[in-house]
Design a protein around this ligand. Structure first.
Ligand code: PLP
Length: 413
């Protein structure tokens, strides 16, 4: 057998913590239990018919690569969509179409950082950022946000303290996965000021931009700082239009050097999926704003059901977070991953169980997530209510067997 040499970069790339326990859930299903999947942000709302119609109307005899930086029609359609729906005036020339926001993030790390350079993030954060950083040799430096104040962006001084000579960027996700917290215009302005002072890039992940509740309005960094060349935005159709499998996202920047580098990287990987882009362009030109309005109302209802159902128990500390479709919930256990495994391997209530994501994968210092679970409220209201009930009963039984303290009343207020 030849000796297999695995690079440090590869060794440093963690598996997605959201998918890691999937085999246990599949086994539970094989054993005949119904599993409610609240572990992954895979929305169940219907993908717009306009997308499938656009794909069906594709008539070329051969399926070619698209232009590597994106189907021209799609850049234009996306730009017009942002103008119509978000009041953002961004020319199609500033877009590079990529295979999901995931690729936009990998490109941005490669473009802005050499191996060993640092990007500041706000923990808890989207777990796959660690995967992207591992692949590209980037060190993510966390500034920890606290559940006690709804995971708000910390004070400027705390952020500035983490800046070193290797820092290249600050990356923020708003609305945030996994907490559902949302940055204010003042937060974004402050982050931009810090970036300007220290000559850093501000990377803003706006994958969930429209998913805001309780009267919040969708906010982009480009509302706050139009055409600012220090900014890169990552955007995606995956969640907004329940089309995660289409693999269509974009990188938007007014920085001509970053844009040129992104186009070069895109040319090395040839093309984003041609059919998906054709369907997406057709859809963005035609989709009614009602599609998203309805989806957002539906998610708000699901969140409220979850809060109501779990709120009756003293074992859950759950926030009424205003965005995305996730919430990070504190529970009185010392090893939430053990609880998640218990739910999948041992627990059954009326032949049902629930799969949630352990909190540790969302923290750089994993121990900070050991008493938390992330819940994605991606099931319809009826299923959500049932799933929340099963989760509540599951935690009660787990605590009955393993012991644990209630969340103190003072923390719940
Ligand atoms: C915050 C965040 N950014 C990026 C992504 C990746 O999205 P895409 O499907 O566009 O690659 C996700 C997916 O869950 C996400 O939650």
């Amino acid at each position: 057998m030849p000796r297999t040499i695995i690079s440090t970069r590869s060794e440093n790339t963690p598996p997605s913590p959201i998918r890691r326990l999937d085999p246990l859930a599949r086994r539970a299903e094989k054993e005949g239990r119904t599993v409610y999947y609240l572990n992954i942000g895979q929305p169940d709302i219907r993908t717009p018919r306009e997308f499938y119609k656009g794909v069906r109307r594709y008539r070329e005899k051969t399926l070619p690569y698209s232009r590597s930086s994106g189907h021209e029609g799609l850049c234009q359609s996306w730009s017009s969509y942002l103008k119509r729906n978000n009041g953002l005036d961004i020319s199609a020339d500033q877009f590079v179409i990529v295979c999901g926001a995931s690729e936009a993030i990998v490109f941005s790390f490669v473009i802005c950082c050499d191996p060993g350079d640092e990007v500041i993030i706000f923990d808890p954060t989207y777990a796959n950022y660690h995967g992207f950083a591992g692949m590209t040799g980037v060190n993510l430096i966390p500034v920890v946000t606290s559940s006690e104040n709804g995971f708000a962006i910390p004070a400027r001084e705390e952020i500035e303290r983490t800046i070193t000579r290797r820092t290249r960027a600050i990356m923020v996700c708003t609305p945030n996965n996994p907490t559902g917290s949302v940055c204010s215009a003042a937060d974004l302005k402050m982050l931009l000021e810090v970036c300007e002072k220290h000559n850093l890039v501000l990377m803003v992940d706006e994958t969930y931009r429209e998913f805001v509740y309780d009267g919040y309005e969708p906010l982009s960094i480009y509302h706050v700082a139009p055409a600012n060349p220090r900014v890169i935005v990552f955007d995606s159709l995956s969640k907004r239009f329940s089309m995660c499998g289409a693999r269509v996202g974009c990188l938007i920047t007014y920085n001509q050097k970053i844009l040129a580098s992104a186009r070069t990287l895109a040319s090395a990987r040839l093309s984003a999926p041609t059919l998906d882009q054709a369907g997406a362009a057709f859809m963005l030109d035609r989709i009614s704003p009602r599609y998203l309005q309805k989806a957002v109302l539906e998610y708000q209802k699901r969140r409220n059901i979850l809060i109501e159902e779990l709120g009756v128990s003293d074992h859950f500390l759950i926030h009424r977070s205003p965005g995305a479709f996730y919430t990070l919930v504190k529970i009185p256990v010392s090893d939430a991953e053990d609880f998640v495994k218990y739910m999948l391997t041992e627990f059954s209530y009326k032949n049902q169980t629930v799969f949630v994501a352990p909190g540790n994968g969302f923290y750089t210092n994993r121990a900070l997530g050991d008493n938390k679970i992330r819940i994605a409220y991606v099931l319809n209201c009826k299923a959500m209510k049932k799933a929340a009930e099963v989760l509540r009963i599951g935690l009660e039984e787990y605590l009955g067997q393993k012991g644990g303290e209630d969340i103190p009343k003072s923390e719940k207020q």
